[in-house]
Design a protein around this ligand. Structure first.
Ligand SMILES: [Zn+2]
Ligand SMILES: [Zn+2]
Length: 338
């Protein structure tokens, strides 16, 4: 978020000793001469109107950084002072800079101060507590048991026994997918639409936001508020983001889309591919093949499904094969026997 500076306003402070309100830039009470308290809070003269300062020297003062208090007599000095203007003490060691950066106002929240943890609701305080060792241990044990169960199952499913079987019958199927080059409707940001396509149904939509100014963007700023610079001069600022709008449109373009599938099938071991009559605006986009061999072993049926045509071609009816079969009856491996 960009912070936009609108100008500078003089703040006021209240004397602890006599209650007099003094201008922010004045460092000792105009009525009783008491030095300003170290922890004094600056206030806005009028929360609703900003009386911008035109004096360049005051503005420079506000921009030079927060004032610092003399470690010996407490007098407020400008940020770049080397010695105290009251007691001439060295300010390069031990001088404390005034707090700065917080918003000025009755309901203003300090922005650079740490938020006290004790004000958080109790649930939130507990949420960050790490898991106890006991819970972690139980969790690990549960995960271990689940992993063990799956591993045991996998081993069991893969355990096979070899049997001799005879090919009873076969089946094959080959499929081709056909795409057609045709008009389709797409949507995109106007600047991303391919040249030559004509856009329609456009509507202006928020595409992006930026922290810095972008030509053509819409500036969206918070209400102005005053920030304490620590000098008695307040900086009036706005937090701004820049919204970038662009037309989002439909357009028509040509694209390959799925149009049809053609299939050939048979029950011998000589599979062929479909031979579709393609037009100029059609193409083959994919092929798939599946082969099934039905076996018999002493009255027990087994099925092998594969996409390996070389294996399938050897499955002439009556031929003998060695099958590796698991407990569920699935054929894991099949080899023709000569
Ligand atoms: Zn006073
Ligand atoms: Zn001093």
């Amino acid at each position: 978020m960009a912070r936009k500076i609108l100008g500078y306003v003089e703040l006021i402070w209240t004397c602890d000793s006599c209650g007099t309100k003094n201008p922010g830039a004045i460092k000792t009470c105009t009525a009783c001469g008491a030095p300003q308290a170290v922890n004094v809070r600056f206030e806005q003269v009028d929360a609703n109107t900003f009386n911008f300062i035109k004096d360049e020297a005051l503005i420079r003062m506000a921009q030079s950084g927060p004032d610092k208090h003399c470690p010996y007599c407490g007098t407020r000095n400008l940020a770049d002072s080397l010695v105290c203007r009251q007691c001439s003490a060295d300010l390069t060691v031990g001088a404390k800079s005034r707090p700065s950066g917080m918003a000025v106002g009755e309901d203003a929240q300090p922005t650079e101060y740490e938020i006290d943890d004790s004000t958080l609701p109790p649930e939130q305080a507990h949420a960050t507590k790490p898991l106890s060792r006991k819970v972690l241990l139980i969790l690990m044990l549960v995960i271990l048991i689940i992993c063990g169960y799956f591993a045991w199952n996998t081993i069991r499913a893969n355990r096979t026994k070899d049997i001799k079987a005879t090919v009873v019958s076969t089946a094959w199927e080959r499929t081709m997918a056909i795409e057609a080059y045709t008009t389709v409707t797409e949507s995109d940001w106007l600047s991303d639409i391919p040249s030559g396509a004509s856009a329609y149904n456009c509507s202006s939509q928020l595409r992006d936001t930026s922290d810095t100014y972008v030509p053509g963007s819409i500036e969206n700023c918070s209400e102005p508020y005053t920030v304490d610079t620590g000098t008695g001069i307040g900086e009036v600022v706005q937090d701004c983001v820049y919204e970038i709008y662009e037309d989002y449109c439909d357009y028509e373009t040509m694209a390959w889309v799925m149009a049809d599938t053609v299939t050939t099938q048979g029950t011998d071991v000589y599979a062929t591919w479909p031979d579709p009559n393609l037009t100029q605006s059609q193409r083959i986009s994919g092929r798939s093949e599946s082969y099934t061999i039905y076996f018999d072993a002493n009255g027990q049926s087994y099925i092998l499904r594969t996409s390996d045509y070389e294996v399938f071609q050897q499955a002439t009816p009556g031929s003998t094969w060695k099958l590796a079969v698991n407990k569920q009856g699935d054929v894991r491996k099949a080899e023709p026997q000569n």
